[in-house]
Write a protein that binds this ligand. Structure first.
Ligand SMILES: [Zn+2]
Length: 675
């Protein structure tokens, strides 16, 4: 089963998806935080339901969706934002429901980060207008709010408050009604599609055919048409009368339907057919004359047809044998690429790629049940097949090795051991950095990299008397997770279009700003995540999956000593994969993990939030050289929120430099770690 999951991931990577927009939907709260509670409803449930309905609709439109949670799980605010950042999302929509103290308020409002640009405001206004159109509650307007998820996301982000959970007379009635939640999702879908500039897929398909007199060969011969026959769709109750040429049609939502035809002098018959959005499904029904005794052969096509999905599309048969019959002509008129035969009497999507992928996957499942060898062959085939539609990246081709990988499952789970503090901190030096985020200290601790809030620009700050700030790069997402060259002479960053965990493709010299050949880490050794947020490691010529089962992870980073991969799990916090034996070490809740250049010391933040804002944050340090992974507080304070720690290289004597962000300031302190 484990190997099968790996293959499914592999197929997902190979799928042609990169060019499509990615929207992160963020259902608020969850797990230990129910959010607003009132009128027998909990915010965490209502917003998850609306979000999942929205996901279904948008995915049908071809929009890639990633959910910050898809169950009743606890996910920190910082993790939600970082998740969207690491995936390079196009837009971020957080869904909440409101509450207030005192007399229940009413209405709908949307928040964007203060000072947001026009593109972000357009998303916010679209979300707000959609929610008003859906439920018609009081329009409280598009507002500015300093909420963590809209502040820490780098792409346009909006936070919608559907209605007031504690208003039982009006708002809560909408929140608790599944039909209203569907209506809300449909309006939000339209708003997001408009914002993306993506055309919606039709939400209905066409079911059509003719009623004909069965000549004993079913749809092989439909030339004798029956006009004036009653045609009924059992599931919807819709009915029609066939035209003089026997033709009929219905517009229906996607799904499977039973079509029943009846006519005086003929035996009533029915047939089941599947309808897909935006497609036409042919479902002609043949009737045997009443006077005709049933054909002697029990396999008579006409009878067998009824209520059975045929292996070959009815429309195709109709078209093939109908001569100038209506169906053949009409089938052509639906236009190329919109109608495809994929078995049964259902009709596949335009390009057919998803159906094709599903068939390959089905093939893999079958092969898996038999032997190992065919799986390898099929997997290779799948990659090659998909690659015709999307050129494989280096990572995808590396994944060919997975099938031969025996050591996939982590062998053990270890919890980091809390110990008394072993940290001595020096005095504080501070720089006001305003909105600059995610400091990364140089190996010698004399400089810090800081990114612009949207990660499009990267700056270097000299931590000396000059406090010089220089812009190092300003293209694409160059501020996202930059990496120092080992000697501190250059910084590597990713270029436009590179995934957030790809090997950086460019580097810039600190001395003169020249572009350099990239020289970070070791060639052929790398950790990254795929489209399903599974983590992979390529080392010693092999590729292995390294995240714990069921967890989605961000930003896996191999330590310089190649002993560990540190990563950030959406629900489980900071995780450490031990390369030697595949064990998973849990450092506990927390995020923004970073390892010092020696590879021994891991620092992380441990935040608490109220579902909207981070209320507390402290810093911790883990000794990766300790077999029990000792963890201790690094900076603790009740009244200050310390975040995003970074270490210079910690020497053998335990001495080095620590940097972190504290309410708009970069704090730098000498540190000694004594173990
Ligand atoms: Zn909320």
């Amino acid at each position: 089963m484990r190997a099968l999951l790996a293959l499914a991931s592999l197929l997902a990577i190979a799928a042609p998806a990169a060019a499509q927009p990615l929207v992160v939907i963020d259902p608020g709260h969850g797990g230990s935080d129910p959010g607003a509670v009132g009128c027998s409803i909990e915010e965490e449930d209502v917003v998850l339901d609306v979000s999942q309905r929205l996901q279904v609709l948008l995915e049908r439109d071809g929009v890639r969706i990633a959910m910050t949670r898809d169950a009743d799980t606890t996910v920190g605010l910082s993790a939600r934002a970082t998740f969207a950042n690491s995936r390079g999302a196009t837009g971020f929509v957080s869904i909440h429901s409101n509450s207030n103290g005192g007399t229940p308020a009413t209405g709908t409002e949307t928040f964007v980060y203060p000072g947001s640009n026009a593109r972000t405001r357009a998303l916010g206004q679209g979300v707000q207008s959609a929610m008003i159109a859906a439920w018609g509650l009081r329009d409280r307007g598009l507002k500015e709010g300093n909420f963590a998820v809209v502040r820490e996301t780098t792409m346009p982000a909006a936070l919608g408050e559907l209605a007031f959970t504690n208003n039982c007379a009006t708002d809560a009635r909408y929140l608790s009604d599944p039909a209203q939640r569907q209506r809300m999702a449909e309006h939000l879908r339209t708003a997001i599609l408009n914002w993306l500039g993506v055309s919606p897929m039709p939400t209905t398909g066409t079911l059509r055919g003719v009623v004909f007199e069965d000549q004993g060969v079913g749809t092989e011969d439909i030339t004798v048409r029956i006009g004036g026959a009653g045609v009924r769709v059992t599931e919807t109750g819709a009915s029609a009368t066939s035209a003089a040429d026997g033709a009929w049609s219905f517009t229906v939502p996607p799904g499977e339907y039973t079509v029943e035809a009846s006519h005086a002098g003929h035996v009533t018959a029915s047939r089941r057919c599947a309808v897909v959005s935006g497609m036409t499904t042919w479902c002609s029904v043949g009737l045997l004359p009443e006077s005709t005794p049933p054909p002697p052969d029990a396999g008579s096509v006409g009878e067998e047809d009824a209520g059975v999905i045929e292996e070959v599309d009815a429309g195709a048969r109709d078209a093939a044998t109908g001569g100038d019959a209506g169906p053949a002509r009409d089938a052509g008129a639906t236009g190329p690429g919109r109608e495809m035969i994929d078995g049964g009497c259902s009709v596949g999507h335009g390009s057919g790629s998803s159906a094709w992928l599903a068939m390959v996957l089905a093939g893999l499942v079958i092969a898996m049940r038999r032997r190992r060898a065919p799986v390898a062959l099929l997997a290779t085939f799948a990659i090659v097949g998909c690659a015709r539609e999307a050129a494989p990246t280096a990572h995808e081709s590396d994944l060919r090795g997975i099938v031969d990988e025996e050591n996939v499952a982590p062998s053990a789970r270890i919890g980091a051991r809390p110990v008394a503090s072993f940290v001595t901190l020096g005095p504080r030096r501070e720089w006001l950095v305003q909105d600059l985020v995610t400091p990364v200290l140089s190996p010698d601790g004399t400089r810090a990299l800081l990114a612009s809030p949207d990660h499009t620009a990267l700056f270097v700050l000299e931590l000396d008397g000059t406090s010089t700030v220089r812009e190092l790069c300003g293209v694409g997402r160059c501020g996202w997770e930059p990496q120092w060259q080992d000697d501190g002479a250059a910084v590597a960053f990713r270029t436009e279009g590179q995934s957030g965990t790809a090997v950086p493709a460019e580097a810039v010299s600190l001395e003169d700003g020249r572009s350099l050949a990239v020289h970070v880490g070791e060639r052929g050794v790398h950790a990254w995540t795929d489209e399903d947020d599974r983590a992979w490691l390529r080392i010693d010529g092999r590729v292995r999956e390294i995240g714990p089962e069921g967890e989605r992870v961000m930003m896996p980073t191999l330590t310089s000593d190649r002993r560990h991969v540190v990563m950030w799990g959406l629900t489980e916090g900071v995780l450490i994969h031990r390369v030697r034996d595949g064990a998973i070490v849990y450092a506990g809740p927390g995020g923004h993990p970073r390892v010092d250049p020696s590879g021994r010391w891991l620092v992380l933040e441990r935040t608490e939030d109220d579902g909207h804002e981070i209320t507390r944050s402290d810093l911790y340090v883990v000794d990766l050289a300790d077999p029990s992974y000792a963890i201790a507080p690094l900076v603790l304070s009740d009244d200050r929120v310390e975040r995003m720690p970074s270490l210079s290289r910690i020497g053998d004597d335990g001495a080095g430099t620590l940097a972190y962000v504290e309410e708009g300031a970069l704090v730098v302190r000498e540190v000694r770690l004594s173990r």
